[in-house]
Write a protein that binds this ligand. Structure first.
Ligand code: SAH
Length: 432
């Protein structure tokens, strides 16, 4: 054992314990905060869902203290590696205080009005998400331990961040993996209005915190919307997977000649149209196309329609390792369609928010997509999630959003022997 942090005697007052199989403490010693079910040798003391357990090595030495989740593949999530640290209300208050202090240091006053205050594992508050939208905070409690401490967390957030109200959007599917039912509704203070107006780099957006995706808005794309806007003046823009028009409004406000928003959700596009008006932008310069992006882009390509600047921000195609091959094919196809409608000298901002899709594989997929579209392109920038969505170094899963800015630079006729994965086997080649 290399662990000197404590011993079997240190603990949560002789409370329940999770005993690891021999050698399975290694990832925890590197401060990765998850204990998978396969690493568990035995469980003592009959902990309930969300209860605090000591996690000990096969020889009984203390390794960590965390939340037990009997139904989840992630059997325990670590609250602390310090045997002397108790998990109680004061513990959560301190974690929240330091997460808020980091946002104060990271973001300017305006960005702090619409930002992620707590980013789950990466802020040491596992399974807890808190987003600020003006005077309100919208939270998600996505793991058994987070659910167990919901009251304490909401109380400290209320006290330290002083919102008018806290609203809960724990209606994400991942709760089911923890054996938790979906929940949404007011958690503390006032009920939020139907739509909350936020400001982002001088632009205004309406956020539907009750019915919108996640907590209502894709705050993680804030910095990428700004980078997109910088390229938009005078351009014809395609905003594919537009949601409520985030990239489209940014482009129009920056002087884009025309924006086409494409999304399968009619209510999202209706809000995108309202966001254009809210910013005093000319609705005649903005077209909203409701439909399946795969089909809409094919139709654009067939009609010879091209764009100078494209944002391609699809939903998470890969939600499990088993779905990764299918997701890769979808990324490949949609990127190929995007290259087909990218004009000469145009620029494609292409994203993947699938954490399971490694950045190098994403880049290969985009490269194959360009090749199959017969286009040559250069990567001129690499993008990621906004600073208020940090990823703890010990928790690589926290890095999920990746973007490439690809600048078109001519035709590229594939070599005669080239058959792309898609054409050959219906699959982009996936290593391993
Ligand atoms: N770029 C947006 C966020 C995009 S979220 C922003 O900055 O706010 C992904 C969007 O893709 C959602 O709005 C969802 O409705 C849409 N979507 C999902 N599948 C789709 C499909 N097959 N065709 C078109 N839109 C789709």
């Amino acid at each position: 054992m290399t662990n000197t942090a404590g011993n079997a005697a240190a603990g949560n007052g002789g409370g329940p314990r999770v005993v690891l199989r021999a050698g399975r403490e290694k990832s925890l010693l590197r401060r990765h905060p998850w204990v998978f079910s396969g690493a568990v040798r035995s469980v003592a003391g009959d902990p309930g869902r969300g209860d605090t357990v000591d996690i000990v090595a096969a020889d009984g030495a203390f390794v960590a203290r965390g939340a037990y989740s009997p139904r989840s593949q992630i059997r325990a999530r670590v609250w602390t590696f310090d045997p002397a640290e108790n998990v109680d209300d004061a513990f959560f208050r301190e974690r929240i205080r330091s997460a808020l202090a980091r946002r104060d240091a990271l973001l300017g006053a305006q960005a702090r009005q619409a930002c992620r205050l707590i980013n789950a594992e990466s802020d040491g508050l596992l399974g807890v998400v808190a987003d600020r939208y003006g005077d309100f905070i919208v939270c998600q409690f996505l793991a058994a331990g987070a659910e167990r401490w919901k009251g304490a967390i909401a109380a400290s957030l209320g006290e330290l961040a002083a919102p008018r109200g806290i609203y809960e959007r724990s209606d994400a599917d991942v709760r089911l993996k923890e054996g938790l039912a979906p929940v949404k509704g007011r958690l503390a203070g006032e009920e939020p209005p139907e739509l909350i107006e936020i400001a982002e780099q001088g632009r205004r957006y309406l956020v539907d915190v009750r019915g919108g995706h996640k907590t209502g808005f894709y705050l993680d794309q804030r910095e990428n919307r700004a980078a997109f806007a910088e390229r938009a003046a005078g351009k014809t823009v395609l905003n594919c997977f537009a949601y409520t028009g985030g990239f489209g409004v940014a482009a129009l406000a920056a002087g884009a000649a025309r924006v086409v928003n494409v999304d399968s959700s009619q209510p999202s596009l209706a809000l995108a149209a309202r966001n254009v008006e809210l910013n005093g932008l000319d609705p005649a310069r903005c077209e909203n196309v409701a439909g399946d992006a795969f089909e809409v882009l094919r139709a654009f390509a067939a009609g010879g329609r091209t764009f100078d600047l494209i944002a391609l921000d699809p939903p998470k195609f890969a939600d499990s390792r088993a779905h990764l091959p299918k997701a890769c094919r979808a990324y490949k196809d949609i990127n190929m369609q995007a290259f087909k409608v990218l004009g000469r000298g145009g620029m494609l901002f292409t994203f993947s928010c699938s954490g399971l899709l490694a950045p190098d594989l994403f880049q290969k997929i985009v490269a194959d997509a360009a090749l199959d579209a017969g286009r040559c392109a250069q990567i001129v920038a690499r993008l990621g999630q906004a600073a208020d969505h940090p990823a703890a170094l010990a928790f690589p899963e926290g890095t999920y959003l990746k973007g490439l800015v690809a600048a078109e630079c001519g035709d590229n006729k594939p070599a005669s022997g080239w058959k792309s994965g898609t054409q050959e086997r219906g699959a982009t080649r996936i290593p391993g």
